[in-house]
Write a protein that binds this ligand. Sequence first.
Ligand SMILES: CC[C@H](C(=O)O)C(=O)SCCNC(=O)CCNC(=O)[C@H](O)C(C)(C)COP(=O)(O)OP(=O)(O)OC[C@H]1O[C@@H](n2cnc3c(N)ncnc32)[C@H](O)[C@@H]1OP(=O)(O)O
Ligand SMILES: [Co+2]
Length: 134
Amino acid sequence: MLTNVEHIGIAVKDMAASNELFTKLLNIAPYKSESVESEGVLTSFFKVNETKIELLEASNPASAIAKFIEKKGEGIHHIAFEVDDILAEMKRLEAEGFVLLNAEPKLGADNKLVCFLHPKSSNGVLVELCQERR
Ligand SMILES: CC[C@H](C(=O)O)C(=O)SCCNC(=O)CCNC(=O)[C@H](O)C(C)(C)COP(=O)(O)OP(=O)(O)OC[C@H]1O[C@@H](n2cnc3c(N)ncnc32)[C@H](O)[C@@H]1OP(=O)(O)O
Ligand SMILES: [Co+2]
């Protein structure tokens, strides 16, 4: 079951400048910064009540974030939903015709297991499923 919007992913070119901007915008400081080598991203997290903002900067040119910014510029990159059982949700969504971008859950940031759905199968929105690693 999807329980809530876990985070909104925003692609940025310059993490230091964007951290400063979002600190002013949200009037709070980021609570963590984490590099996810497997995704070629540096992340920075802000928590606004129960919803998080995840800033993403590409750490290498092959990164999905680098390609996204090259094509579309900075902006909202994905929406992440918290799930209580990522394997069950992946199975349910695949059966419903959504395209899974990874066949097995993979390690994400902020101690999560994640799976992405191809935006072409979800009205042009890149969706991420996140389950807390137990
Ligand atoms: C996991 C760490 C962290 C976390 O929260 O834990 C993250 O969130 S990491 C986030 C970065 N990682 C990913 O996004 C992994 C999943 N993404 C992918 O596999 C690719 O980015 C993919 C498949 C969405 C697109 O890659 P591709 O090489 O196919 O790039 P194209 O430019 O050819 O895109 C194909 C098609 O999709 C459209 N597109 C691409 N990205 C997005 C997006 N973020 N939102 C909506 N649409 C997107 C792109 O425009 C192309 O459409 P077209 O009509 O052909 O222009
Ligand atoms: Co994310």
